[in-house]
Design a protein around this ligand. Sequence first.
Ligand code: A3P
Ligand code: MG
Ligand code: MG
Length: 380
Amino acid sequence: ADYQTNKRHRSSDEGQHRAAETLSAHRQLYERHFPLYKQPVEVGCFSLDSRRNFCNDQRQLRYYVQPTKSPDFNLRDGYTSRFVKRDDSVKEKLDHVLKWILANRDKIQTRDQTPSSSALGVDFVTWRGHLTKVLTTPYETQEGWMLAASKFRGSIYISEVETEAARVNRETRSQRQEEMMYWGYKFEQYICADDVDGTPDPGGVVNTNEAFCTVVQTRLADHKLLFSGEVDCRVKEPDAPPAPGCYVELKTSAEICTPKQRSNFHRYKLLKWWAQSFLPGVPQIVAGFRDHDGIVVAVETFPTSKISQLIKNEFNCWKPTVCMNFCNDFLSFVKSVVKEDDPRLVYLFTWDPHREVTYAVHRDSQYTFLPEWYIKDMSS
Ligand code: A3P
Ligand code: MG
Ligand code: MG
């Protein structure tokens, strides 16, 4: 049965040795039983400091401080005076994840894994954010993506390439859009303390270079994954579950005043929020709902595991199983295409809304993303 399902949405016969040329993103093709997704296990973490330097520690981890019933958060405060913005024209690719791997090779779990299949014992290395985009693809109608893949020592590394459309968007953001990008980080500052016994400091500087990232291992069907994702904060109780179970994702969204706004929130926002937090096993999302002027009017907690029930009343709504089955099939597609073990070879997978996933192969091009320092260190 699986074989037939596979054939139906591949463009050409997937014979013993020939990979399919394209992959369909039609949601109807992915309405199958939920695939195995193992509970993600944190194998490490790292921080990026105020100058965006990699630090092999948890110095940037912050602690969740529950806001009062009616908080007084003005997300516009400090935008012009206490804001250091990360330069998002700098493309970091997988570099921070690769630095973590080099410093922590011994921490990658190789138990219960077939020996000699790959040096790291994982099939894929990537950022959580890249997987979030894959998960939401069957429902995405606005933005396409490009994902570069290279095989090195048996593992496939996946790194995003900015699309032309995304670059134009980034370079032509309005004043209002620029300011609103700050609001999410300002919300974090109102909610997070730097120390376990501290309190938030809304008078401080918001510096978006700073980040704390978890590194998790998990398995989706027969794909062994290692990925990293930025984590906003953790609960401070010492008896909280171990990471990632203690982590909290923070979000902001426009306040909901009409049934139409509620429906849109369920259909579009909650899909992205769910995919982002489900992947690394972050159990809670704390949302700040703000008005047009950036004043937070309500704070609400969404347990990640309850989101799929919350949206079931929505007609023709998104389904977690479609997201996970598409991701599973995409990773199988990548495995079937990325056969040559050569870090100078990039298989560039491209998807645009209403199209199929296609790919092209590039050797020693602008797309090569595994740096020499990584290849050298891993080969020594
Ligand atoms: P919100 O989540 O409240 O929108 P994250 O939520 O993933 O931790 O990201 C923190 C904040 O970064 C976001 O807060 C938003 O302000 C900004 N941000 C993240 N991704 C963005 C994107 N693609 N475009 C614009 N802003 C983004
Ligand atoms: Mg974040
Ligand atoms: Mg957040």
